[in-house]
Design a protein around this ligand. Structure first.
Ligand code: SPV
Ligand code: MN
Length: 625
């Protein structure tokens, strides 16, 4: 290590931490990044972690000692609060830093790199004073595999580092072995000034800047994990670009295993915008979870393979209850390493919306000392727990984790699911005619209808390409094209579209657990074990197959009337959707030709069916595929 770094590091850290940096060898990029963070942030001390349980436990204890987390009644459980205004990712302040001479798609939030770096350095200067700066090494995907991306996280938040210990694979040993010049991602986060509750105070000065030409993300004045945990959404934006350079895909998807007939294991990856049933699909009772949020796809030995990028779950806790989510419920009620965030605490017990139990009328929550009926600092109604309150747990604590979830070669994917949300357009499940049809009309046309729970107007459809819209670091057209081109020369998984939220007379047409049947139908279709009908915008299930599945999977009778209500092809609404998409894609400068072709062909098929059978076509009147 060069003398300059050695002197600086020795002044700030103990022997153990110093030895860990020394053992990295001549990784100039890493050492320079760490040295700069020290010079800029001026921490009191620096702690460098390794992959040991001792490091993880030390960090967890520090989070408690500095009051970023508070222990709860059950052993190993803690609660963390984010500030009142810091409860979700903030898109307006999340920007790409574009160097002079480079251009980025005009739809992406961006600013000149020089300006962004200067602003960030001004905000982070001295931000670590009186605090410990943490240096941690993790890995995206399984370490020592083709999927792996080593990561270096610098933060002054023990909550952030503790979360990463649960959510990501260890990466220190892998980092030590990195060949000279090997690529890695790096993050520098500063909590900024805190209030008496230890939450970031200067929320108007929250910034998340992606210095994407240096594989670096910088963030300040925030604690919410989506803005601070470098390996989650910050890394996804960098990974999309790396994948683009290298010819693979980084997706905002869960991975699950469906258990078919005779012990057959069938793997699906699924992209669902929030409130479209993502986690509940990944956690269907009787199936197995591989991951709930991020997936990398690669072709290996001519197979379409995927890994869970993460090692744990940062899941929405709202509506998690004993009946619908028995596995998560158990993890949240047994001793173990669990972080709750932004729930209600009363007598050291956690409570949240939709838990299916009485919730106390007073306690401590995201507002502070809370009581029912209280208004927030902005005058808005408050709730006992925040709607986006979460739990953070390890994959290995889930009883339904697929034993192969961590496989170094990834898992071969049999199907890709795009899950939207609308009350009046798409059938609960349908299969694409081809990869291209699926990518263009299901993935690239994915929409989610706002609910009364989300801010703003109810029933507004929000377009969200592959559920990856918030994380695109290239133009929409380029990203869609990468999906179209990926794995072109091998057998690609079947593509499916789901919609769990169809309504009739204001009431949902499906029960919460019906998705278990849709998944088993996709499982059969993935292997050619069920027939289908041609619904003009995809292949639809046949009544007799669903009737049998409802009985097998849910022990429920499935009536023909339910089938007709759910699987009627609603042509005017399907055409409206094509119209909305035509308008949207007219503003995308590099829409792939396949997209136009697929939309046109879909319109022609729907118009033809309408000419033959009218606006609303019962599935019983559809031809066999
Ligand atoms: C999401 O919003 O998609 C999440 C949580 O998974 S966050 O960490 O905020 O991205
Ligand atoms: Mn997500």
């Amino acid at each position: 290590m060069n003398q300059k770094y050695a002197e600086l590091f020795r002044r700030k850290m103990d022997e153990k931490s110093f030895a860990r940096l020394e053992a990295l060898g001549e990784n100039e990029e890493a050492l320079a990044f760490i040295a700069h963070a020290i010079e800029l942030g001026e921490p009191e001390t620096v702690f460098v972690g390794d992959d040991s349980e001792e490091t993880a436990e030390h960090i967890r204890q520090m989070a408690i000692d500095n009051r970023e987390e508070t222990p709860l009644r059950i052993k190993g459980h803690t609660v963390h609060f984010d500030g009142y205004y810091d409860q979700a990712r903030k898109k307006e302040v999340t920007k790409y830093l574009v160097p002079a001479g480079e251009t980025m798609d005009s739809k992406l939030n961006q600013m000149p790199r020089d300006e962004g770096i200067k602003e960030m350095e001004d905000l982070q200067r001295g931000a670590y004073r009186g605090r410990t700066m943490l240096v941690r090494f993790f890995c995206l995907g399984p370490a020592d595999t083709i999927f792996a991306i080593p990561c270096l996280q610098i933060t002054d938040s023990c909550y952030v580092a503790h979360s990463e210990d649960l959510l990501y694979r260890k990466g220190y040993e892998a980092f030590r072995k990195l060949p000279k010049g090997a690529e890695f991602f790096k993050y520098r986060h500063a909590t900024g000034e805190v209030d008496e509750r230890m939450t970031s105070k200067n929320y108007e000065q929250n910034r998340v800047y992606m210095d994407y030409t240096r594989n670096t993300v910088l963030s300040v004045n925030t604690q919410y994990a989506g803005n601070t945990v470098g390996l989650k959404k910050l890394s996804l934006r960098l990974a999309l670009r790396k994948a683009d350079r290298e010819g693979w895909l980084a997706e905002h998807m869960f991975i699950m295993r469906s258990n078919g007939p005779n012990g057959r294991k069938t793997y699906f990856a699924g992209a669902f915008p929030s409130a479209c049933g993502k986690t509940s699909t990944a956690m269907i009772p009787g199936e197995n979870i591989v991951g709930d949020d991020l997936a990398y796809f690669r072709v290996i030995d001519n197979e379409f393979r995927a890994v869970n990028v993460e090692n744990g779950i940062f899941g929405i806790i709202t509506d998690v209850n004993a009946k619908d989510d028995p596995v998560i419920w158990d993890v949240l009620h047994e001793p173990g390493n669990v972080i709750f965030s932004n729930i209600l605490v009363k007598d050291s017990n956690p409570y949240w919306l939709g838990m299916g139990e009485d919730i106390p009328a007073t306690g401590v929550n995201y507002v502070g000392e809370w009581k029912e009926g209280m208004k927030g600092p902005d005058g808005r109604e408050t709730t006992p727990s925040h709607k986006n309150a979460r739990y953070t747990v390890r994959m290995s604590d889930l009883k339904n984790a697929d034993p192969d979830w961590d496989s170094p070669d990834g898992l071969k994917m049999d199907g890709i699911i795009y899950g939207g949300r609308d009350s009046d357009t798409s059938v609960p499940v349908r299969e694409a005619y081809s990869w291209e049809h699926g990518i263009c009309t299901m993935g690239a046309m994915l929409e989610s209808e706002t609910t009364s729970a989300t801010i703003g107007q109810e029933g507004v459809r929000k377009w969200n390409v592959m559920s990856n819209m918030d994380f695109l670091s290239m133009s929409v057209g380029h990203y869609v094209n990468n999906n179209l081109e990926f794995a072109k020369h091998i057998q690609r998984p079947k593509v499916f579209g789901t919609n769990y939220f169809l309504k009739k007379d204001g009431k949902y047409l499906n029960g919460k657990l019906d998705k278990a049947v849709w998944v088993r139908w996709m499982e059969l279709r993935a292997h050619g074990d069920a027939g289908a009908l041609d619904g003009a915008y995809g292949l639809l299930p046949k009544y007799e197959d669903l009737k049998k599945l409802f009985l097998d999977v849910l022990k429920k009778d499935y009536s023909e009337q339910d089938y007709i209500d759910q699987f009627t092809v609603r042509i005017p609404e399907c055409i409206d959707k094509l119209d909305r998409m035509a308008q949207i894609y007219a503003t995308v400068s590099d829409t792939p030709k396949a997209m136009q072709d697929e939309m046109q062909a879909q319109r022609a098929r729907l118009e033809k069916l309408r000419g033959e059978k009218g606006d609303y076509v019962s599935p019983l009147d559809l031809p066999e595929a």
